[in-house]
Design a protein around this ligand. Structure first.
Ligand SMILES: Cc1cc2nc3c(=O)[nH]c(=O)nc-3n(C[C@H](O)[C@H](O)[C@H](O)COP(=O)(O)OP(=O)(O)OC[C@H]3O[C@@H](n4cnc5c(N)ncnc54)[C@H](O)[C@@H]3O)c2cc1C
Length: 397
């Protein structure tokens, strides 16, 4: 088998890259070890309205709910409400993630890409250290797929990067351990995504309640690996649900557990190789959201691959067009939010309560991050020392 590009992984990072590579003239094969694209779902399914601007998805079947805004609860229950415009940056829609992934895959196929399911990448194919494709296994059959470029879109547990010699190891402090119920028979009559903060509620992370309909919601938790222990995420989530009057009558129709990388960016190109999506650690370290970045980076990757094929140049230098592109688009935001994550980790629940109290009546649309922090300090001058590092980061942004 010989292709221009083999994409390992049929998640959004893989299929969007495949689509744009195919549209730009590449002969593309996507392989995935799953038997159905997008299944099982491992996601809170919240996504920003930004995706509308990119026009990559047809129809609306992938949308479960449109959100009117978001609410953030501090540990003592103080609620800060974000308007649709403000919250839309992160929580515009709640998805049917399986349909979303399948729609992106359909677009890739429409552009000419081929897909092989039940197909596990087991190593890179190399000749004198040069990457020439992947070794794959389908059921009991092992075979080689030659290609000029391999795209590692194989998610948080990525092996492709490691096989290419990229250090993809995640420290426990850069990994969120997550679990989530989809609960039916709950009260979700208003279309708000809710976030609950606090060291006791979710150490180093948060609990989310994302409505998928009037009586169905994704209720999940992410806690930092370095603050976790076996079974803790589920225990904390169960405790939260049992105490919450909107949720306690709920029954699960789905349960999932997974992990999200919340690290600094890593190298994403080598000769003949590109990493993208969770495998490239392109996730927002504060929210743990990765979907919009997959779409944004996927377009840049696919277009870069098209140019590489035109020039027949698959060197790391040439493929760096992709790395420069995604770093320009959202790499700075990831770096900044990583610093903010580290600062927020040092905040006690008492400080979070003071922040909630200061922000509860705030008109967010009218204000920048820097001005927001200044206003916080005016209301609670004792926060000055704690917020000083945050002010520095906001000023530099
Ligand atoms: C609990 C949870 C909640 C989340 N909630 C949100 C949210 O609300 N909003 C948001 O934006 N993001 C969320 N995320 C993050 C989001 O799901 C990821 O950023 C996104 O799925 C990354 O897409 P991807 O294409 O890089 O990888 P994935 O979607 O993980 O796809 C990787 C694919 O590679 C395949 N694969 C892996 N190894 C191999 C191999 N060796 N051979 C063949 N195939 C292979 C897998 O089967 C999989 O299909 C959440 C994540 C978790 C775990």
């Amino acid at each position: 088998m010989k292709y221009d590009v083999v994409v390992v992984g049929s998640g959004p990072a893989g299929t969007v890259t495949a689509r744009f590579a195919a549209e730009n003239g590449a002969k593309v094969l996507i392989i995935d070890r799953r038997q159905e694209v997008g299944v099982p779902v491992l996601c809170g399914e919240g996504v920003s309205r930004k995706i509308d601007e990119w026009g990559m998805l047809e129809g609306k079947r992938w949308i479960a709910c449109s959100m009117d805004g978001a609410r953030i609860y501090s540990p003592n229950g103080t609620c800060v409400t974000l308007s649709a415009e403000m919250a839309g940056n992160e929580t515009g829609y709640v998805l049917y993630r399986d349909i979303f992934d399948q729609e992106l895959a359909r677009q890739a196929v429409k552009a000419g890409a081929k897909i092989m399911l039940n197909t596990n990448a087991i190593d890179l194919l190399k000749e004198n250290d040069k990457i020439k494709g992947v070794k794959a296994k389908q059921f009991d059959c092992e075979f080689e797929i030659e290609s000029d470029i391999v795209v590692g879109a194989d998610g948080v547990e990525s092996k492709v990067g490691k096989w290419a010699g990229i250090n993809t190891t995640l420290k426990l402090k850069d990994l969120e351990t997550c679990c989530q119920y989809t609960l039916s028979n709950v009260d979700c009559t208003d279309a708000y995504c809710d976030f609950y903060l606090g060291k006791e509620i979710a150490p180093g992370g948060y609990i989310w309640v994302f409505p998928k309909g009037k009586d169905v919601a994704n209720v999940g938790i992410g806690i930092l690996g370095s603050l976790s222990e076996a079974g803790l995420a589920k225990k904390l989530l169960d405790k939260f649900i049992a105490k919450n009057s909107r949720l306690q009558s709920g029954e699960p129709i789905r349960f999932l557990a997974g992990a999200v990388p919340v690290s600094n960016p890593i190298d994403t190109v080598r000769d003949n190789l590109i990493l993208i999506g969770d495998s490239a650690r392109q996730v927002d370290p504060i929210t743990g959201g990765g979907l919009t970045h997959c779409l944004e980076a996927g377009k840049i990757a696919g277009e870069t691959i098209g140019k590489a094929i035109d020039e027949q140049d698959f060197s790391k230098d040439f493929l760096s067009i992709y790395e420069e592109g995604w770093k320009e688009a959202f790499g700075k935001k990831i770096k900044r939010n990583y610093m903010v994550k580290e600062i927020l980790l040092g905040f006690e629940d008492k400080t979070l309560n003071m922040l909630g109290d200061s922000l509860k009546d705030f008109k967010f649309e009218e204000i920048s991050t820097f001005a927001l922090i200044k206003a916080l300090v005016l209301k609670h001058p004792t926060l000055l020392m704690k917020l000083r590092p945050l002010m520095k980061v906001a000023k530099e942004a």
